[in-house]
Ligand binder design. Structure first.
Ligand SMILES: *Cc1c(COP(=O)(O)O)cnc(C)c1O
Length: 231
């Protein structure tokens, strides 16, 4: 947990990222408001997250339920963050997860979607995670598998499929990342046009510190940025 960061340093980093988001949007003729910065806070404490709130950050991403829970308990009365679950979620943790998070980005199986549906008392917003990098270590649906299973997932009560999420491989080769992001967007548009994904605002959660500009060029609406904020 890294807490030596000053508010000034955080502010500089966030400004730089926001500028990069705006510049990239201008380049591809998108509105900067069409991209939401999700600050991935998995490596920092609640105290640092409080600084983010003071700097105007509205969306935070966590990948472990237990960490998120304790930070949420500390912060829920003093900040109005939207919380995004971005890490692999086990079905036995769904019940404690749902009250904390506004959106689950990492729904990577039919079984998990079903469990979320069964445990949801209100509508839960989800994204389906696709494994476009084909790396064994990464979770997510295979694209073809998703096309087959989404018909059933879309019938589950109390969940709304807002879009797709993907992680590009860890590489400096932006052509490889772009290919993953483009594949995700094309698949999402296809599934939307078939009526499986919410029609009005198609969410694409893609792009991290190393590749978010490319993700925005390919249509990302939610970028999940951690280390570039906290370095
Ligand atoms: C950690 C993490 C991020 C942020 O990665 P950075 O490279 O630190 O920006 C984004 N998405 C997921 C799913 C993560 O686990």
């Amino acid at each position: 947990m890294n807490d030596v960061l000053t508010s000034e340093k955080l502010q500089r980093n966030i400004c730089r990222i926001q500028d990069q988001i705006s510049e990239t949007c201008a380049k591809v003729d998108r509105l900067p408001q069409s991209v939401t910065l999700v600050a991935v806070t998995k490596t920092v404490t609640a105290a640092t997250m409080k600084l983010l709130a003071d700097l105007g950050i509205k969306n935070v991403g966590e990948n472990r339920v237990q960490d998120a829970q304790s930070k949420y308990n500390e912060l829920c009365n003093i900040s109005d963050f939207s919380w995004h679950m971005i890490g692999h979620l086990q079905t036995n943790k769904v019940k404690v997860t749902l009250p904390i998070f506004d959106m689950i980005h990492s729904v990577d199986s039919m079984k998990l979607a079903k469990k979320i549906s069964e445990c949801s008392t209100e509508t839960t917003k989800i994204l389906l995670q696709v494994n476009t990098s084909k790396e064994e270590s990464k979770h997510g649906f295979d694209c073809e598998q998703l096309c087959n299973e989404i018909t059933e997932i879309s019938t589950f009560d109390n969940i709304v499929i807002c879009g797709l999420m993907t992680m590009a491989p860890f590489t400096a080769d932006m052509d490889v990342c772009r290919k993953c992001f483009r594949e995700t967007r094309i698949l999402a548009e296809k599934l939307r046009d078939k009526g499986y994904i919410q029609q009005d605002k198609l969410e694409l959660s893609m792009g991290m510190s190393g590749d978010f500009p490319v993700a925005i060029e390919e249509g990302a609406t939610l970028v999940r940025v951690g280390s570039a904020i906290f370095k």
